[in-house]
Ligand binder design. Structure first.
Ligand code: ATP
Length: 286
């Protein structure tokens, strides 16, 4: 095998709760993750040189050691020496720095791709153990689907799949730093925690309406205060027929859940021509 192409799928957080800040500075979370049918494509090709080169379709994405794909190659190499060079092309479709885990998904897909390309036979679990060293969401990105994520993201449990629906993603043109959001989260205030166990029940019952009603993201308490546009998008999305609308991860992407494709398409056309942001994507659970 001389080259391989892998897909890296985005996620949304149907529920995101923060339990506590740990002494090491990390936060213990309880999140319900859902893969969506939106992916980057990564092509990894062996070359006769020794270097690793990365190219992407986005001029603003770093292609050096700051890229998570590069870091995934370095990590894999520590354990499985590679005796050739690599030429890697990333075709990014997942919005960057959006709360959709695009970088983590690329890192996960790269580990998977290298494992296949060099036939190292690492199990999913072994890949996940490697992945956590690249980022808290990487093990989940290897696992995919509907899952409960706890600890800092390394304790994962598959859940009943999300009922079929349409998911509309709208990313406003603002940048939100994940570190800033966590640093400014005040857990001692009168803060509303999403009911994650009740959401798991709703998934078991395959009840989309109940699930939507329960969805919540504790990080909105920080981002909406600073960026009211997130609340505007949420209320507009609901006005356009979404069962609910929520920020994903630490934002700023807002996603809306629609039970009918037709309603979702109408809302998609509305947001595409609005001033809320250039990145508007209609997708589904994957
Ligand atoms: P999360 O939901 O896990 O917080 P995110 O969607 O908010 O992730 P990413 O798209 O992963 O954010 O990007 C975060 C940062 O990582 C960006 O500043 C970007 O430059 C950097 N980065 C490094 N490698 C990649 C990559 N392959 N794809 C996207 N971003 C990358």
């Amino acid at each position: 095998m001389n080259s391989i192409t892998v897909k890296a799928y985005a996620k949304v957080n149907l529920g995101l709760d923060v339990i506590r800040k740990r002494p090491d500075g990390y936060h213990d979370v309880s999140m319900i993750m859902q893969t969506v049918n939106l992916h980057d494509t990564i092509n990894i090709k062996k070359t006769k040189f020794e270097s690793v080169t990365i190219r992407s379709n986005l001029y603003y994405l770093p292609t050096d050691q700051r890229n998570l794909v590069y870091q995934a190659v370095e990590l894999y190499r520590e354990f499985h020496p590679i005796r050739c060079g690599l030429s890697i092309t990333i075709n990014k479709r997942i919005p960057v720095a959006a709360g959709l885990a695009g970088g983590s998904a690329d890192a996960a897909a790269t580990l998977k791709g290298l494992n296949q390309l060099f036939q190292t036979g690492l199990s999913q679990e072994e890949l996940m153990k490697l992945g956590i060293r690249l980022g808290a969401d990487v093990p989940y990105c290897l696992m995919m689907g509907t899952a409960l994520s706890e600890g800092i993201g390394e304790i994962l449990r598959p859940l009943d799949p999300m009922p079929n629906c349409s998911i509309l993603l709208v990313k406003p043109d603002i940048s939100v730093s994940t570190k800033y959001v966590y640093d400014n989260l005040r857990l001692n205030e009168d803060i509303k925690h999403p009911d994650i166990p009740a959401m798991m029940e709703a998934l078991k019952e395959k009840n989309l309406h109940k699930l939507s009603f329960l969805m919540g993201n504790i990080l909105e308490s920080v981002t909406i205060r600073d960026y009211p546009i997130i609340e505007d998008i949420k209320s507009n999305m609901k006005e356009k027929g979404a069962l609910t609308a929520l920020m994903s991860g630490s934002g700023p992407t807002v996603f809306g859940i629609f039970d009918l494709q037709q309603k979702a398409e109408k809302a998609y056309r509305y947001f595409k021509t609005s001033d809320y942001g250039k990145q508007v994507i209609l997708t589904k659970p994957y």
